[in-house]
Write a protein that binds this ligand. Sequence first.
Ligand code: AMP
Ligand code: MG
Length: 682
Amino acid sequence: MANARLKVALLIVSTTAAKDPSTDASEAALSSVLEEEGDGRWELVDTKIVPDVVTQIQQQLKLWTDAESDYINLVLTTGGTGFAVADNTPEAVSALIVKPAPGLVHGMLAASLNVTPFAMMSRPVAGIRNKSIIITLPGSPKGARENLQAVLKTLPHACLQAAGMDSRSLHAGGIKKLEAEAGIKSSGGHSHSHDHHHHDHGSSHPPGHTHSHGHGHSHGHGHLVRHTAPNSNPMSNDPSLGPSRRNRESPYPMLSVDDALGKIKEHTPQPEVVTLKVDTSLPGHVLAEDVRARENVPAFRASIVDGYAVVVPSDGNLKGVFPVVSVSHASPGEVKPLKEGEIARITTGAPLPPGATSVIMVEDTILKTMTDDGKEEKEVEILADNVKEGENIREVGSDIKTGTVILNKGEQISAVGGEIGLLAAVGVAEVKAYRKPVIGVLSTGDEIVQHDRPGDLRLGEVRDTNRITLMTAAKECGYEVVDLGIAADKPGTLEETLRDALRRVDFIITTGGVSMGELDLLKPTIERSLGGTIHFGRVAMKPGKPTTFATVPVKDNGGRRVTKVMFSLPGNPASAIVTFHLFVLPSLHQLSGVSPAGLTRVPVTLTHDFAPDRTRPEYHRAIVSAGGDGELLAASTGGQRSSRVGSLRGANCLLCVPSGEEPLKKGSKVDALLMGGIRSGR
Ligand code: AMP
Ligand code: MG
């Protein structure tokens, strides 16, 4: 292990480079340092670019540092370390670092200060997360280069130690040997503090190094709990600390509904393209390609009517008696050619005999003679003159020509049948479409029992209302659903259930456990145990305030890194359904390529007064129906308490009632988000 190549990943933090990667010069600068001065120890295995957005920086870093086996030894970031408003890389990294490494920070600053006093304008941090070392470098290629050069020689050793290599064997031969191996020289007294550092594993810092804290501020918050929970994020409660130590107010910022929807859009992964069979399971899918006709429709010249195929003479006059020489039915097979003066009986949709130029409807003919056995027509009289070529014939490709685009990328295959019919008609048996996520639904709570458990409830028990409701809603929206059951409010149980679920499904919906009680374990489990990122944990709305949206990095069955989406909805049944439609659905839509994502918004007229909430916008469960003149009318379903399941009964919309003091008067107009079809009001 000591001599294996160490893996390096580079994160370019730059809003400019994120838009136009060609503007980045740091990657070239840093990879040449690694190559030329790295003694063959380093392999740059991944480079990613993200804008100056804390969550995006953290998400990428976690993917590199949180994998159990395939982790990166050294993660370098470049950019975002200055004093500008947008510079926040050190803050993003600090929150992830479990063991700060102020020595590395000091080394970088000392070297840069030798070059320019402006090095004071850089705010580097460095440290260990899991088995990886993370170091922030400045954004200027020159500064980044100098900083990396300053610490590079010590890093193989540091990385090996961070990765858990036995420090006794690493240290055999003492610090002098290490220095010699690294090709660096100590200047006198320094070697002592190095020594100290090596054996002390960072529990205290060597004297003389303390001043680097001012630059590093990579420790401090959360350090207290991190020695027990390495991946912890300072935001959620540490369940092991008990009720007296929990946050007494939610540490998550309260987002507006629009901002929450913005986060969902930003962090829901883009849809994955798959090849699907054209069959009855295709409806609901969105096409990921323009689809062209593989064949002409019709594929052969076909009759539009029941009648007689003829060869039209030059004068168009077909009056007279003709022998019936053949019959063409709508069935595959050879058809005999037709000559002028002969006719062939033909049925609707049957192929024209070669040579035939028109079809006379049976209504324009008279049967003249029959075969001897009386079973077949022998001669037929035609009563038509002025007949033109091509009459009553569907020409090859006259409905759809081979190669024409019949459906566009982004179009959704409906269950009405139109699109499936088109695909079937032109011989398209497979299409590229966006994969629909498989959704797992989990209820949480010690009090929750199976909805159909026989017998009366014991004191405190509550029948599981949410799981069956959400599974039904998700299924109705066209998604495959996996029942994840009920999880007890115990940290281990919840973590195990979710880990197992992350292996089985793409998308998890949980309910309960997101309030402020000490047994509300969802948020800490997502952040602390699963290494997920909570993008929001509180929304200014009624009902549904504690709605939580997170993404969790995991490896799929093929070993690829993927991001799975998790919604933790409030436990109150009305809140759960409202937030499913308002927040979960847009995420599902984005994941499956449906655009525009989310419920359809229409203006409606109130049929009675509505009392708004004073501080929070309300999503009022209501029934929209079409009035006599086509106007859409909305009436409340009644009591809107978030625990009241009945407030959803019959509801087909969520009325967007803005917060305010004054009642909304009967007859006024507000927006409604449609959850179901509109009924006739009459
Ligand atoms: P919680 O978010 O866990 O604090 O739950 C809030 C309320 O919703 C409590 O009264 C719970 O008992 C109730 N609740 C939670 N989950 C469910 C469920 N699956 N079905 C019905 N009620 C629930
Ligand atoms: Mg609960």
